[in-house]
Ligand binder design. Structure first.
Ligand code: CA
Ligand code: CA
Length: 209
């Protein structure tokens, strides 16, 4: 009888401990945003030939833990990616989760960064969240709301069909230099001018690789 009682106390703990080990806890895991410019811009192209996150003035530090708060090592870099988290949700990603990645797999402390890569995408967004193996990371200090960083994503693929073509050129022409629409202000300096034209021209006819 005594033995059964002990088992009934210990077994759920063992089962819980085993079943939740290694499973990502999106709320206890941490994400830190390090911007060095304001506003924070991410200029992207479907082809992926734009400067890295850090070269555009920001990076992310990530710490991935399981439901027991233990770090999860060896999560592949490719299992991390960024998604649109603004209300419009009109960012379009090349190959979904393959559109961006972390710099390296997580180390023994569950740590990695997103700094050296860029994103392959079209459309326009004013907020980004981090996804790891399908879990959107959440902020434990604010009731586990998702982290949604004010990163302004701009792409010369304005219509988000993942090709920079005549349709995008036509859309651009309709907004140059006015009426002002911040999705066409590729460097987000408040004006749609020759700098934006140059940024557009460098990526004309680019598409997902
Ligand atoms: Ca397009
Ligand atoms: Ca501009």
């Amino acid at each position: 009888m005594k033995c059964i009682m002990v088992l009934s106390v210990v077994l759920p703990f063992v089962l819980y401990g085993t079943s939740s080990a290694g499973i990502i806890d999106p709320c206890k895991s941490k994400c830190e945003f390090y911007p060095s410019v304001s506003p924070t811009v991410l200029f992207v192209c479907p082809q992926g030939d734009t400067p890295s996150f850090s070269d555009q003035g920001w990076w992310l530090s990530l710490e991935i833990v399981d439901f027991n708060s233990n770090p999860i090592a060896d999560i592949p870099a490719a299992d991390f990616w960024l998604i649109d988290c603004d209300p419009a949700l009109d960012l379009v990603l090349c190959a979904g989760s393959a559109s961006s990645s972390a710099d390296a797999s997580t180390n023994n402390q569950g740590l990695t960064t997103m700094s050296a890569g860029t994103m392959r995408a079209g459309g326009c967004a004013d907020g980004l969240s981090v996804v790891v193996q399908g879990f959107v990371l959440e902020d434990e200090s604010s009731n586990c709301d998702i982290y949604c960083y004010p990163i302004h994503v701009r792409s010369p693929d304005f219509d988000g069909n993942l090709t920079v073509d005549l349709v995008d050129l036509s859309l651009f022409a309709q907004h140059f230099p006015t009426p002002y629409d911040d999705c066409y202000d590729l460097d987000i300096n408040g004006h749609i001018n020759l700098v934006d034209v140059s940024m557009f021209a460098q990526h004309y006819f680019h598409e997902c690789q």
